[in-house]
Structure formats: C-alpha cells, structure tokens
Design a protein around this ligand. Structure first.
Ligand SMILES: O=c1ccn([C@@H]2O[C@H](COP(=O)(O)O)[C@@H](O)[C@H]2O)c(=O)[nH]1
Length: 270
C-alpha cells in the first residue's frame, strides 16, 4: 500500500496527531535522565512504549540523536525499527536536500526498505530546486514510502525565502505546493508527497490542496493552537497532520502521562 493510503488509514484509525521524539537536553534533565547516550536510549524507548499503537505518526528529530555521534545514530536506527515493527508510521525529520546524485544516496539511506535507518517518510528541503528532489520521490514510490517537502515552515525567518516571488509571479512556497499537487495528481485516497506548513504562519493565500498529507508543526511550544489548525487548514482539514513534540514530551517520563497528554490533544484535533 502506498504511503498516502497508509497515512489515510492510520489517521482514520488513530486521529491526525503526529508526536515528535525530540530529546532536548532540558527534557532529558526534566525526565531525570543523563545527557548522554544511555539517557537518550531511555528517553526514546519510553516514547516508543508510550506512542506506538496510540497515534498515527511518530516523528523522531534526527538532530537530537546526531548530537551523540554514531552511538546516537544507532539509537535512532533502533527507535525507527522498533516503531516500524509496531506498524506505527514513522516520519524521520532530517530536512535533507542536495544535488540529484547526492540526493539519491540520502533517499536510499532513509527510504530504502532494506536500509538500517529506513522510515515510512522523510522531511526534505526544496531549496536546491524542486527537481533536485526527484530521487526522493522515486525512492519513495519504489518503497511505498512518503516525502514531506518544506513549504511554509513554522519559524519566523521562513517568509524571507518562502514568500519571495520568482519570474512567474508565484512565491517560492506556492511553486513548491504546485509541484506537490502535480506529483500527487490522481492519487486515491491521497498522494504520498506531503507539504510541511507550520501551524504558526498566521494566514496564507497559497493553495494548500496538494492532494497529499500536510505535516503541520508548531503546536504548543511554538505558539500554535488547535483553533489555528481549524482556521488555517479549513480547506484541507482531513489531510492535516498536526505535529507536537515538547508540549507532549513535557508530560513525561511516565508512559501513562505521555499517553494521556497525546490523547487529550488528539481528541481536540479530531
Ligand atoms: O517548519 C517546521 C518544520 C519542522 N519542525 C520540527 O518540528 C518539531 C517541533 O517541535 P516542538 O517541540 O513541537 O516545537 C521540531 O523537531 C522541529 O525541528 C518545525 O518545528 N517547524
């Protein structure tokens, strides 16, 4: 089954929420864990126990694992594998992008089913040109995986690049969204190529209907609310995947408390 179909089924079964695994140093401390690989391992293991089979998507943030070098990356690999064994969809947040020949290697690393770091979907950056992402789209198609392309990010610096207009008059973000809509054309129930659009962007004139999932980070710690999700994504509400990390993780380290925090937010979003 394609990633788009699997994402649809997971959202229908579990609700739309994506929970991020972001082992910030401050969270490790708050969970009474050491800021080292063993603390990282305990943190990630608790998240797997809490969220696998409970939410549609879990999104490990690669940066917080890479911080510990190769041993941290090994924890990331195990975390992805453990989640995938439970059937919970994984979105690896690495925001990759490069010239085509190098992009192919990144795509194999994260999307080839046989790779130790395989995820169900990966985040990518389109700022080397949308065409440079072709190896990710092709690898995703081969492996029934997904790709989320940065369009309108949740950070305040994003508009400087993403609102800029090219010769056609379209904004950079608009052009990314139009390319995604073309790549997903005709896919049922939706395509496997999604956009990243922050809950915090305020408002937008862009057409968010890319016939694919919209990963929407920024809830909670970055100021985004459930009301923002309802207002901003009204036209594509059933394909929006609101994503939260710190706001739910702050409920830890107890598995039950993490599950309750995720369930409460998921219920509000449904
Ligand atoms: O536009 C974007 C794209 C990705 N992110 C990532 O999502 C989480 C957000 O964490 P919170 O703790 O819920 O703020 C984090 O991993 C970011 O790198 C984003 O925030 N905005």
């Amino acid at each position: 089954m394609s990633f788009g179909s699997r994402a649809r089924a997971a959202m229908d079964a579990f609700g739309p929420l994506c929970v991020g695994i972001d082992p910030h140093p401050g969270l490790l401390e708050a969970w009474d864990l050491s800021d080292d690989v063993s603390g990282l391992e305990r943190f990630a293991g608790t998240c797997v126990e809490a969220f696998a089979g409970r939410v549609a998507f879990v999104k490990p943030q690669s940066a917080f694992f890479e911080r510990f070098g190769s041993r941290g990356v090994a924890v990331l690999e195990h975390t992805l594998q453990d989640l995938r064994h439970t059937g919970t969809l994984t979105v690896l947040d690495v925001k990759r992008g490069d010239i085509g020949s190098t992009a192919r290697a990144y795509a194999q690393a994260y999307l080839d089913e046989d790779s130790p770091m395989a995820a169900d979907a990966v985040t990518v950056s389109p700022y080397l040109g949308f065409g440079s992402l072709e190896p990710f789209l092709a690898e995703a198609e081969r492996n029934d995986a997904g790709v989320f392309v940065l369009a309108l990010t949740s950070n305040p610096e994003g508009p400087e690049v993403q609102h800029a207009r090219g010769a056609s008059g379209a904004t950079v973000a608009g052009s990314v969204l139009a390319n995604l809509a073309r790549a997903n054309a005709g896919a049922e129930p939706m395509g496997s190529y999604g956009a990243v659009v922050g809950v915090t962007i305020g408002s937008t004139q862009e057409d968010l209907d890319v016939n694919g999932p919209i990963l929407a980070p920024g809830l909670g710690s970055q100021g985004g609310t459930v009301a923002d999700v309802d207002r901003l994504f009204a036209s594509v509400r059933d394909r929006v995947v609101p994503s939260v990390s710190r706001d739910v993780l702050a409920a830890g380290a107890d598995v039950g408390a993490l599950q309750d925090a995720a369930a409460a937010l998921n219920d509000q979003l449904r």
